[in-house]
Design a protein around this ligand. Structure first.
Ligand code: NAD
Length: 632
């Protein structure tokens, strides 16, 4: 076999390359990888003479077509794979995961490659409730969480692959796998963070309540599954791959700490990650029964897999230490401002830092013409959303006029997020059954925020029917971001920037965070931040007025769940003001009744916390303190 493996310098791809070399020594192996921050040529160094390594982007048609010469089988791993980073830099995710996959399919077809296997993820199915035994199967409808751009882009790619199969009849298969662990895993991922932090005596961060469940599979078992699919998988079929090993993150943290021989007090709870899906679990019956796949490490001997992984990270510090310093460069839409993303080991989160990138290894991807690609991207995404909606009983029972209205809202970029949110709504909420949608009231889009009031008919257990309404945003509930801006001058933290505002339901001044809703769907966080700083604080980071030292996610907040489905993200931003820059805003510590932006002195923070009743501010400040972002 002449096999081309894309993404073979990444975590799972490289494990697959080693597996294939050992299992099929006569085959010719080519690896195509653009060596993003996640790709590492060092991983393949020991075998570089036995394979052909091509450095290149899967979107570069020329390189792809050249790489496909004399190839009969293509296994496609290349992807942007980290959910946390997708928030900062969504367009790179679309570029690689969606457009890159299409480019590979088209070039493979042209080159007469007769076998194509696409690697996907279980995240395309969304999340399962914690208190159930349900598992994903090949029949589970696609329902990626609207705020999980990684999952959305993988779902989109799968759809493109399946459509391509329908159109061309090329011999294509897909596998959707659960969370992998094993050697060569980038130290930003959960299990390596635990081990690497323990090695360096740094506390192990556990996100949120630690109850989120992932189904863990060893990369070796993933490789044997792909091998079998390549040999015996049926064209056009999807195979779910998992080792029946669903475990809570809390369990994993405790187990790894225990197997490492450390004390349980090394675990530290920190605020939740962005878009931390509740539970994934895979039913792998199809690949087991149809292809005879047998994973080596399952629930019963999971400890062995973990022990082996701990030992690997202990013995291969030369491999992972340099990766901790890696910086993934990103740019805003105008390409006029850049920042890099790196890992914060104490919170296990990605940190966003403005400044010079010393690391020449960082790649700066070309930005997409987003307007043009938006329509293409969202047509596929739209189909998934409408399919999900149509599978809901409450939607089927809704009046035709409302269904038509929803479909129209779905093709409007300003309201697509709302429809996407509707499509993931449950049939039952609490003890009440959702019967149907009865009315949609629209806010005034010209105000800049497209708000929608949605009315459902619901029924209680005792059969009482009533109307339930809630407010939503056009871009979806998770589209907003609020920033706790901490001001630093000459090395000292001096102020916190807040917005004094009268809130409609009650009146009276509250102290809110700055930031808010994005201007359009999938706007990058970098764009929202720079926009918000210049609009609210009247600070231009481009002019050197200030630099963002770091930005850390403080998780999500449901401010007033019930009345709205508002579920935005909170971030802290440490902003260094140049020596003589005084933002043109109010300074002071007086509880005055005038609206506007205020810089509140840090010495009087205690006073503000004790008198303020604004949930964004209070959540952000308490998380910032508990996560050691600031201390009082
Ligand atoms: P990874 O981030 O470790 O590796 C991805 C590799 O792809 C890197 O080597 C990177 O340099 C390369 N790459 C990225 N963009 C590229 C581009 N435009 N052109 C060429 N190469 C590019 O990811 P991983 O964890 O090894 O995941 C591999 C695949 O498996 C992905 O498709 C992912 O969606 C899927 N998957 C991963 C998991 C998991 O637990 N990690 C679970 C299920 C599915």
């Amino acid at each position: 076999m002449n096999i081309l493996i894309t993404g073979g310098a990444g975590f799972i791809g490289s494990n697959f390359v080693y597996y294939w070399l050992e299992k099929h020594p006569k085959d010719k192996i080519k690896v195509l990888d653009s060596l993003t921050y996640a790709g590492n040529l060092e991983t393949l160094r020991p075998i570089l003479k036995q394979i052909e390594f091509i450095e290149g982007d899967i979107n570069n048609r020329e390189i792809v077509s050249e790489s496909l010469k004399n190839v009969d089988t293509l296994v496609h791993f290349a992807a942007e794979s980290h959910v946390d980073r997708s928030v900062f830099d969504p367009s790179t995710y679309w570029q690689t995961n969606v457009h890159g996959t299409l480019a590979l399919l088209e070039e493979a077809k042209k080159a007469g490659v007769n076998r194509f296997h696409h690697i996907s993820s279980d995240e395309v199915y969304g999340e399962l409730p914690l208190d159930s035994d349900a598992k994903f199967t090949e029949k589970t409808p696609y329902s990626p969480r609207p705020d999980n751009l990684y999952a959305l882009s993988k779902a989109e790619a799968d759809k493109i692959v399946l459509d391509f199969y329908q159109k061309t009849n090329m011999y294509i298969t897909i596998s959707n796998c659960s969370n992998n662990y094993g050697p060569f895993m980038f130290p930003e991922k959960f299990i390596p963070i635990i081990v690497c932090n323990l090695i360096d005596n740094i506390k192990v961060p556990l996100h949120g309540d630690g109850r989120n469940v992932r189904d863990w599979i060893h990369t070796r078992d993933h490789a044997t599954a792909i091998d079998l699919i390549l040999q015996k998988g049926r064209a056009g079929e999807t195979y779910l791959v998992g080792s029946d090993n669903d475990r809570s993150n809390g369990y994993i943290a405790e187990k790894v700490v225990d197997l490492y021989g450390a004390k349980q007090n090394m675990i530290k709870h920190v605020s939740d990650r962005h878009s931390n899906d509740r539970r994934y679990a895979i039913n792998a019956t199809k690949i087991i029964e149809e292809l005879g796949w047998e994973p080596e490490i399952t629930r019963s001997n999971f400890n062995e897999g973990l022990k082996e992984t701990i030992k690997w990270y202990k013995e291969n510090q030369d491999w992972w230490r340099p990766l901790l310093k890696r910086k993934a460069m990103i740019m805003d839409r105008t390409k006029s401002i850049s920042a890099y993303i790196s890992l914060e080991r104490e919170t296990g989160k990605t940190k966003f830092v403005f400044g010079q990138v010393e690391n020449s290894e960082s790649n700066v991807p070309e930005k997409l013409d987003t307007e043009e690609h938006f329509v293409q991207q969202n047509l596929v995404r739209y189909e998934i959303v409408i399919k999900n909606l149509e599978s809901k009983k409450w939607y089927q029972a809704s009046p035709e006029a409302i269904k038509d209205e929803i479909k129209t809202l779905g093709i409007n970029p300003s309201t697509f997020g709302y429809v996407e949110d509707l499509s993931s709504r449950e049939e039952k909420i609490g003890k009440e059954k959702v019967l149907r949608l009865i009315k949609i009231d629209h806010g005034q889009p010209e105000l800049g925020i497209y708000s929608i009031l949605t009315w459902f008919e619901v029924e209680s257990l005792s059969g009482i029917k009533r109307q339930e309404g809630y407010y939503s945003w056009g871009l979806g509930p998770s589209s907003g971001s609020k920033f706790l801006v901490i001001i630093r001058r000459e090395g000292k933290i001096t102020h916190i920037a807040l917005r004094k505002v009268q809130k409609f339901p009650r009146g009276g001044i509250v102290y809110d965070l700055i930031g808010g809703l994005p201007r359009e769907l999938n706007e990058s966080l970098l764009d929202i931040v720079t926009n918000s700083l210049s609009k609210d604080l009247r600070i231009n980071v481009l002019d050197g007025d200030a630099s963002i030292i770091e930005m850390i996610s403080l998780g999500r907040i449901s401010t007033d769940s019930g009345m709205t489905n508002n579920h935005p993200s909170l971030y802290s931003i440490l902003l260094d003001l140049s020596k003589d820059k005084y933002p043109d805003v109010q300074y002071g510590d007086l509880f005055e009744e005038n609206e506007g932006i205020v810089l509140w002195p840090i010495q009087k923070l205690n006073e503000l916390i004790n008198s303020c009743d604004e949930s964004y501010f209070l959540s952000a400040i308490s998380r910032a303190i508990f996560n050691s972002v600031i201390s009082l």
